[in-house]
Design a protein around this ligand. Sequence first.
Ligand SMILES: Cc1cc2nc3c(=O)[nH]c(=O)nc-3n(C[C@H](O)[C@H](O)[C@H](O)COP(=O)(O)OP(=O)(O)OC[C@H]3O[C@@H](n4cnc5c(N)ncnc54)[C@H](O)[C@@H]3O)c2cc1C
Length: 455
Amino acid sequence: MKSTPDRITLIGAGLNGPLLAVLLAQRGFTVEIYERRPDMRRVRLSAGRSINLALSTRGIHALQQAGLWRGMRNIIIPMKGRMMHSVTGELTFQPYGQNEAEVINSISRAELNIALINAAEEHGATIHFNRRCMGYDLKTGAIRARNEETGEETTLEVGVVIGCDGSASSIRAEMLKLNRFNFSQQYLDYGYKELTILAGSRGEHLLETHALHIWPRGNHMLIALPNIDGTFACILFLPFEGTDSFASLTTAAQVDQFFESRFPDAVPLMPQLADNYFTNPTGAMVTIKCSPWHMEGRALLLGDAVHAIVPFFGQGINCGFEDCTCLVELFDRHGADWARVFAEFEKERKVNTDAIADMAIENFTEMRDRVADSQFLFRKKVELALEARYPQLFVPKYAMVTFHRIPYSVALARGTVQDRMLAELCDSINRLADLDWDKADRLIHRDLAPLGFRQ
Ligand SMILES: Cc1cc2nc3c(=O)[nH]c(=O)nc-3n(C[C@H](O)[C@H](O)[C@H](O)COP(=O)(O)OP(=O)(O)OC[C@H]3O[C@@H](n4cnc5c(N)ncnc54)[C@H](O)[C@@H]3O)c2cc1C
């Protein structure tokens, strides 16, 4: 295939690739996507690939920009807060935001992916399934693609190529050969596994529908997100090694015993527990940072390919979708001067993707451990009270990340100041009635006002 200036080749039809294809097609580009997997609309997903995602403001904004959000409304379930499950089965609900609008939305990864693939094709993009990118020639810009069904390899001359091929990106692997290419990857010692909570006999949810359920247990955790068919997609997070780890749970009896002792109220809802546990793969979680993100206006990395993050802030795809809108906004401003667009894209995004990567790791401790802590829950109440009184100055870090499009780096900077402030205000009290509002007022005007008001 010969390249033309208005043709763009994307590698990867995961979540970012097809959304970017829609946004580019809307701007008149001919888009081709090469995807190593078969077409998920025709082939049954392999076990463990249907983990749910929490979609929030940044992701929704991008879908709105592409004109796709309205069509997604019937495949999402709004979650208003976290429902914590104690070992003895007590439930504590903690709202995510101030009101009904501040919710996160559970969506099946597979359904979202299929909707995006359909939309990309409807907008004229061509998706070549079962075509794995085997390499990218940095000098000629040619792609080597293998047909995964026949094993045949072809060389394709492409113009601009964008690697949307996830955390093990083939395009990034080639860019590693560039002089002075910076790259870091940091794996967690924890893995994850997909499990399922079944629906009731009439297809109803057996736990509260509009919540993200968490069983926080210190060094391990179970979470459950609702599906529209009445089931919950659960994710078990566990260390890879040591006692109570994926390595130590090797028999059905051990798995049952572990769940009975740690998550007893979930066990009756998971009759296929051992089967799920041994069938579904154990996934790893990695943070990837690298630079540069682009090469000579010919190649660019986007989404997990350039900034994979751990899933504990529920921001991976929200951040990736924000990449997509940022990129096309820069194109709208500068036209197809790709060298300039790609350079500005990295300049604008990297500081922010580094920030969310760091906040996601920090949130791991919060989710698995601190959400069960009464002082932490009290601080969350104080945060909401401060936000209600100073909406232009104090927005909780979780809300800045999840319900606003404030740049992640700003959320990190303001959040750090706010954390210090909350420690000072809350450490010796445990009732909202005892909050020293004069002190709060002084701290907010002294420490937050100089950082500017909310945009
Ligand atoms: C357990 C877990 C929970 C998560 N929860 C959330 C959440 O709640 N909210 C959120 O926003 N994010 C979440 N994420 C993150 C989110 O899944 C990722 O950020 C997102 O999938 C990245 O999209 P992508 O398109 O960049 O990469 P991917 O979705 O990984 O897609 C990459 C695509 O490229 C294809 N590909 C790879 N290599 C090649 C090749 N050589 N040639 C051709 N094709 C190739 C792959 O088959 C795939 O289809 C979670 C992640 C995990 C692991």
